[in-house]
Structure formats: C-alpha cells, structure tokens
Design a protein around this ligand. Structure first.
Ligand code: RIB
Ligand code: CA
Length: 315
C-alpha cells in the first residue's frame, strides 16, 4: 500500500541538529514540506531565519520561509552560548546563499496561511523552542482542527540539559510549551530520554564523508562541529536531538514510545521548564503526549545515511 505523504511545517532554530533533521525530511517521499518557520533559540530568530534560507538552498527545498518573533512569550530569552552552534547558529562549512527571500509574513502568519489553505491536516515538526507554535494556538485555536499532530524535540522525563530539571527548548519558552502540551492536540515528544541515545559517532561520520554529493559534504562538517562540543562535555558522540522528531513520524518502529500525562513547570525557581511526565499514571489523568523513551541507534543512523545518500541521485 502506498503511504500518503505527511504534510508538514518545519519549525526550528537551526542549529546543526535542526538542519540535519530538515535534510532527512526533504530527502524522504514520506513528507510533503509546506513551509519552514524560524524561531529564537540556538541563535536569534533572524539568524535562524537566515540559516533556514541557506539550508533550503542547499537541499533544494523551495517552500515559504518566515521568521518568528524575537523573544519568548513571557520571559526574557536566555542566550544560547556560541560554543554549541557557533556565532551564526550554524557554524562550520560555508553554505549556499539563500535562493528564496523570506516571506513578508511572521512565522505565525505563515503557519496560519498554510493551515487555512491546507486541504488535509498538517503535522507541525517543532525542533526549537515552542514560541511560534504556542502563539499560533493562542491566536487561532480554530485552526487546531487542521493540525494532525505536533512532533517536538523538547523536554526530558528523567533529566534536563540546561538545568538539572529542564531541557533547552522548553526552558527558553516554558509558557509556550505549556500552551502546546495543554492544547489537546496529539503531541509526539522526543525528549532527552531518547535524543541523548540518538548519537552519531566518528565512525558514522566517516561513512558520510565517503558519500559523494554536496549535501553529504556539508553534513559531515556540521557533525564534526557539533561533535566537538559534545565530546568536550563527556558525550560519547553527537546527539542529533532534532532528527528524532522527524523519524518518529515515518519510522516509529525504531523507537520505544509511552503515552503519559506531561505537564510543564512555568513558575518554579529551580524547576522552570521541566516536563513532568506521569510515567506511572499516578494522577490517573488522560495522557496528553506520546513520549519517546528509547531508539534503535543503528537504524537511526541507517535512515540518516540513506537520506543523505539520496542527494546523489539528484534528490
Ligand atoms: O536540547 C536540545 C535542543 O536544543 C535541540 O533542538 C537543539 O537544536 C537545541 O535547540
Ligand atoms: Ca533545535
């Protein structure tokens, strides 16, 4: 049976792992990418938008791109240190210049336009802070009926990575995350429990170096850049966090998932941004999220490499 492509809006803060997630999504006939929206997170929204334009130029993705607002919904934005993604937010290899201007719309306005025009439901793949998605749900709750599900990279049931309790994407804008988890829409959550197992090792990078196409040439350099920071803080490889939010949609079989009720802490001095998952259903509340808890790393890498190779066939 031929699978119908999943209509998606890619919302992110590229960012090396966002960029790799977009590379893989574009390569797959499982996805019909309708738009890209940039959000403040790894870098400013303006830099994320510029990086989005250049990624789209690299992979031949000709879709509308729009910049999100410059700050989170309520709190001031934390500034991501430049040693993870670099000053530009996507340091490393030189990328092609943009082939398409940004839309004369904000990210939320573009999301609204895409959803209003969509003939079928759309999945939002959010791999940065949830500022754009939260704002969309606030201003146009009527458009929920056009959203099939929201696949996010964010949070962590067992731990954080920016504080002991909170993961970066959620901590940057916990109020927007709270809106998303409270929206009643199906949420697919790729948190640190799974993404820190989605590691790319130097051996995997060597395989990508051997692929002869312009996208592979860029991806292995992104991976080497991203790997340097993570090895310096004790990771055995580069966690390609954001790619989980894409592969969870077209290859759910490589993940272990668990439905649970997840709440976002928005006020605590020590735990702001924590995603508290009722993994044992103590409160007896109806689950509001499907949380990824484990991944077959070998298959994860296999699908990433398969996607990168497809750019040799003129993808
Ligand atoms: O905590 C990991 C997340 O923060 C990833 O989405 C990465 O791109 C950064 O945005
Ligand atoms: Ca990201």
């Amino acid at each position: 049976m031929i699978k119908k492509p999943i209509n998606v809006i890619l919302d992110g803060d590229p960012g090396h792992d966002d960029a790799i997630a977009w590379v893989v999504a574009k390569a797959s006939s499982d996805f019909n990418i309708l738009a890209c929206t940039a959000v403040n997170g790894n870098c400013s929204a303006a830099k994320a938008a510029y990086n989005s334009q250049r990624i789209c130029a690299l992979i031949g993705l000709d879709v509308p791109i729009a910049k999100g607002q410059d700050k989170p919904l309520v709190i001031e934005s934390l500034k991501a240190p430049t040693n993870i993604h670099g000053e530009s937010g996507l340091d490393g290899p030189e990328l092609p210049l943009p082939k398409r201007e940004l839309e004369d719309l904000t990210a939320v306005e573009l999301m609204i336009k895409v959803l209003e025009e969509a003939k079928e439901k759309v999945t939002i793949v959010a791999t940065g802070p949830l500022t754009n998605v939260g704002a969309l749900l606030l201003v146009r709750p009527d458009l929920k009926e056009k959203i099939h599900q929201i696949s996010i990279m964010g949070g962590g049931i067992k731990h954080g990575n920016w504080t002991a309790a909170a993961e970066f994407n959620i901590l940057i804008d916990p109020d927007s995350a709270d809106i998303v988890f409270g929206s009643g829409l199906p949420i697919l959550m790729s948190g640190l429990d799974v993404t820190e197992k989605a590691l790319v090792t130097p051996k995997d990078v060597e395989k990508i170096k051997k692929i002869d196409n312009p996208v592979a040439d860029i991806v292995w350099q992104w991976l080497e850049f991203f790997y340097q920071f993570h090895v310096s803080i004790g990771y055995p490889g580069a966690p390609i966090h954001d790619l989980c939010a894409v592969l969870a949609l077209n290859h759910p079989e490589i993940f272990t998932m668990q439905k649970m009720y997840v709440e976002v802490e928005t006020a605590s001095e020590y735990c702001k941004g924590a995603t508290i998952g009722d993994i044992n259903n103590i409160a007896g509340k109806k689950p509001n999220a499907t949380v990824l808890m484990d991944v077959d790393r070998e298959k994860f890498i296999e699908y990433m490499i398969e996607a990168i190779k497809s750019y040799s066939e003129g993808n």
